[in-house]
Write a protein that binds this ligand. Structure first.
Ligand code: WT7
Length: 654
């Protein structure tokens, strides 16, 4: 229906299979009655307040919600600390010996950290940060791999009221620098390296390069993971070794009592412009959302489940469903450092068996890779500990859903396909595994306390079966509070298209049973392996190359990644197209933004297809890149460009 609707949608919309929860699952489920859902729908503020009340507050809030559209305050007047929710209250309840993380490094080294261990580590880290002069409200940028110290650093910042911002450790020095600069951070916490597919990946060199251009940075705190394998320089006035600073600290640290609306973190995500947005989340509402959804969507039983979310903490999924949601619930988790295909294609299934994982949350792109690698890999392991599966990040094609159910879930695990965003902070549209009849490819219905609607171009709500834009009608506790330093962009991006409603940027369809099918982005944003990238961002990177005059980027549908960027490039006068230059441009984007953004292909062209008013017609370029028949050309100024590009496509794919 939209410009960026992936190919998988065609099969998705003909899907009619339904899977009811088994009576055994329903009987033990955290939610097994529709009454609760209906009540939450009517009295959504009461519903959220009843969940907020399950957290540990230093002072109760004065008011549940203040809504000065589009600015929300949830639980205002209340005071609490995020690390206390995740640690102290479990230890005080006598659960200090419960394992918080079974951690496994890629090379096979293991660590087991209890809630007491995590509390001690977080207090030491927090005291170390205070020694470096970090105070409440200061910004701290984290650039770390999946080691327990990343979770500790996040919680340590929250303990002293510092605003943390995790940058995925696959982003380039330029991307890291831009983010540090935007938030004017004082400190970077990083690791020297991590393991990736059997090799050491140097992170410190990237940090050095970024920080050289960031005058706001006073110190870099470096956790050692690579050790002697890493040759990056260190600056004795700036760099502090984790072992030197943190290990000697006291394991007692009084938590800062924060206002419910104090900023907890900033997390950058792509929008339709070249400039990533620093999404701002606050404390009380965010925790309420993460806590509630973790318990109800994953049907979490903290005393008996072993939960594994395969995301990286560098994305919102890791913030909400590796750190805050599961830890606020006192869950036992698996955390894994490395690649799913190292040393073998069965690494994940080996881990599920080894740690007796019962709840497993991953992305459709990973499921499609598992399918391609073959059924024999999961079949070689005992996966009978699993009782619930989840997916997130992009629409899941029914074929992958069915494979996941059969080969991982033994056809007995319910699958929760969860739709949400960096901005929503927590899951918004999802099955409730004890009551929902799931349909492969549909995230089904809004979570209790959330109202999702479909609107047409004019903002009219579409009732019953139909398609249009996905919008949310009222505020929710874990919603973004703004874009760091840019309230206007916050209003424009999310609240102006359909005044009074939150515009998600996704197209959606509702079927006869009321199930929602999220179809993909309707703006110039693509979804690569479940991660958001903007066409503008990659275009700006391409035109920054000295050989490039103009560039257009589109997301083409891709079997494994969902979508993959493809660049159409006009070279400067004296430059000649060549395979070498194409490779150079692909590598250039990877160094400028990060490997995720590397274009799948580059097409050189003397012109770009434009409307008579000069707007690039990306829809037509997508047809070229996907080898489809070229769509409607009526508004195109000059169609010869497309003929040449199509010939080029045919030659490459002959
Ligand atoms: C965009 C948000 C939420 C964590 C991961 C991505 C797409 C996400 C689904 C789903 C269909 C989905 C949407 C959304 N998306 N989950 N279950 N079904 N689409 O977070 O980077 O903020 O991206 O991912 O397009 O808008 P994000």
């Amino acid at each position: 229906m939209t410009d960026s609707t992936p190919k998988t949608i065609d099969t998705l919309l003909t899907e009619t299979r339904q899977f009811a929860p088994s009576s055994e699952f329903s009987a033990q489920a955290n939610i097994n009655s529709q009454d609760i859902v209906d009540a939450a729908h009517t009295d959504w503020q009461d519903w959220w307040a009843s969940w907020a009340a399950k957290l540990t507050w230093d002072k109760k809030w004065d008011r549940v919600l203040e809504w000065d559209s589009p600015f929300a305050k949830w639980f205002d007047g209340g005071k609490l600390n995020a690390s206390v929710q995740c640690l102290d209250r479990h230890v005080e309840a006598g659960l200090g010996d419960r394992v918080a993380y079974f951690w496994e490094g890629e090379p096979g080294d293991t660590r087991e950290l209890t809630y007491q261990d995590m509390l001690d580590g977080v207090c030491k880290t927090a005291n170390g940060l205070r020694e470096l002069g970090i105070e409440k409200g200061d910004r701290v940028t984290l650039y770390m791999p999946m080691v327990p110290e990343l979770a500790m650093a996040v919680l340590a910042c929250s303990r002293i009221g510092a605003i943390f911002s995790v940058v995925f450790a696959g982003f380039s020095a330029t991307s890291l620098k831009d983010r540090i600069h935007d938030q004017q951070a004082k400190l970077v916490i990083c690791a020297d390296a991590t393991w990736r597919r059997g090799s050491i990946l140097d992170l410190k060199t990237v940090v050095n390069e970024a920080v050289e251009q960031c005058p706001s940075i006073e110190n870099v705190l470096v956790y050692t993971r690579g050790g002697d394998c890493v040759s990056a320089a260190s600056d004795i006035n700036r760099d502090v070794a984790w072992a030197d600073l943190i290990d000697k600290q006291s394991d007692v640290c009084a938590p800062e009592s924060m206002d419910a609306e104090d900023v907890l973190f900033i997390l950058y995500t792509s929008g339709t412009t070249g400039q990533p947005k620093g999404i701002v989340h606050t404390t009380g509402g965010y925790l309420t959302g993460a806590y509630t959804t973790t318990q109800l969507v994953f049907d979490l039983k903290p005393e008996s489940d072993v939960y594994w979310c395969t995301a990286d903490i560098g994305w919102i999924t890791g913030h909400s469903y590796i750190v805050f949601g599961p830890m606020a619930n006192g869950a036992t988790q698996v955390m894994y450092e490395g690649a799913p295909n190292h040393p073998g294609l069965d690494r994940f299934w080996e881990l599920v068996d080894k740690y007796q994982v019962s709840i497993f949350y991953t992305a459709p792109t990973a499921i499609r890779a598992f399918m391609k690698w073959g059924d024999k890999h999961p079949a070689a392991h005992d996966l009978s500990s699993l009782r619930l599966l989840g997916t997130v990040g992009e629409p899941i094609n029914p074929e992958a859903w069915i494979w996941y159910s059969k080969h991982i879930g033994n056809e007995i695990c319910p699958i929760v396909d969860t739709w949400w965003q960096t901005e929503t902070g927590g899951i918004m549209i999802t099955p409730l595994p004890g009551i929902t009849h799931t349909v492969p490819g549909s995230a089904t219905k809004a979570f209790p306390g959330i109202e999702a609607v479909i609107v047409d171009d004019d903002g009219n709500e579409i009732e019953g079966a139909g398609a249009g834009y996905l919008a949310l009608t009222h505020p929710w506790p874990s919603m973004l509070r703004g874009i760091w330093g840019d309230n206007e962009r916050y209003k424009d991006t999310y609240w102006s298209r359909f005044p009074g409603k939150y515009f998600a940027g996704d197209g959606v369809k509702r079927d006869e049973d009321g199930n929602l099918w999220v179809l993909g982005r309707v703006d110039d944003v693509m979804n690569v392996s479940g991660h958001r990238l903007s066409t503008m961002e990659i275009e700006s990177s391409l035109v920054a190359h000295p050989s490039v005059a103009e560039a257009a980027v589109i997301g083409m549908s891709h079997d494994l990644k969902g979508q993959a960027p493809v660049g159409f490039v006009i070279l400067l006068g004296d430059q000649q197209p060549s395979d070498e230059l194409a490779q150079e441009l692909r590598a250039f984007v990877a160094t400028e933004i990060g490997a995720l953004a590397r274009p799948e292909a580059i097409y050189f062209t003397p012109e770009l297809p434009k409307t008579r008013s000069g707007k690039i017609m990306r829809r037509l370029l997508r047809d070229v890149a996907e080898g489809k028949e070229i769509g409607d050309l009526t508004t195109l100024a000059d169609s010869s460009v497309l003929e040449a590009l199509t010939a080029e496509y045919n030659q490459r794919n002959a």
